[in-house]
Design a protein around this ligand. Structure first.
Ligand SMILES: O=C(CO)[C@H](O)[C@H](O)COP(=O)(O)O
Length: 158
């Protein structure tokens, strides 16, 4: 679950009861990330931690060893069909270098023209909305998956 909400603390238990296996919250939406991470674990879910395009990766770094996934937004929060912001690429690259086994998710404006940059920078989890819905979903999903797999394989050989 990607929770774009204020006070993410209040939804941990309801989401666990509803069957969520991962709870992603926005770092700037809580005053106590450490306690929230612990609460998510204790409720049996994996932890995802999200930052917006304007947030530095150093802000997320102190928690990177305690989470399962980092999410970098490549658009501002709110709605689909926004233009991809490429400023996140150095942040993904830094995260991948520092935390080789961390899941790194990208969300915002991802399709066949933007996925390569993200995969090369180190993302391995892709959110894609409008492009998938506007084209042939099966072939777009296959392409996104293949680009990420090939980039991961190349990293493992380097
Ligand atoms: O969560 C989002 C914005 O808050 C995403 O950008 C959205 O759901 C994905 O859509 P798109 O692929 O069209 O950018």
């Amino acid at each position: 679950m990607h929770m774009t909400v204020f006070r993410p603390e209040q939804w941990v238990k309801p989401m666990a009861i509803a069957g969520a296996n991962q709870y992603t919250f926005h770092l700037k939406a809580t005053e106590n990330p450490e306690a929230l991470i612990k609460d998510i674990w204790e409720n049996g879910m994996k932890v995802g931690l999200a930052i917006k395009p304007g947030t530095t990766v150093e802000y997320l770094a102190p928690w990177a060893n305690q989470i399962d996934m980092a999410l970098g937004m490549t658009v501002e929060l709110g709605f689909g069909r926004q233009k991809f912001v490429k400023d996140m690429m150095p942040k993904f690259h830094w995260l991948r270098t520092q935390f080789p086994s961390l899941d790194i998710e990208v969300n915002g404006g991802i399709g066949s023209d933007t996925v390569h940059k993200c995969a090369e920078a180190g993302t391995n989890v892709i959110v894609s909305g409008s492009v998938i819905m506007s084209e042939d979903p099966r072939s777009v999903i296959n392409l996104l998956r293949n680009v990420c797999s090939e980039a991961a394989q190349k990293r493992s050989l380097d």
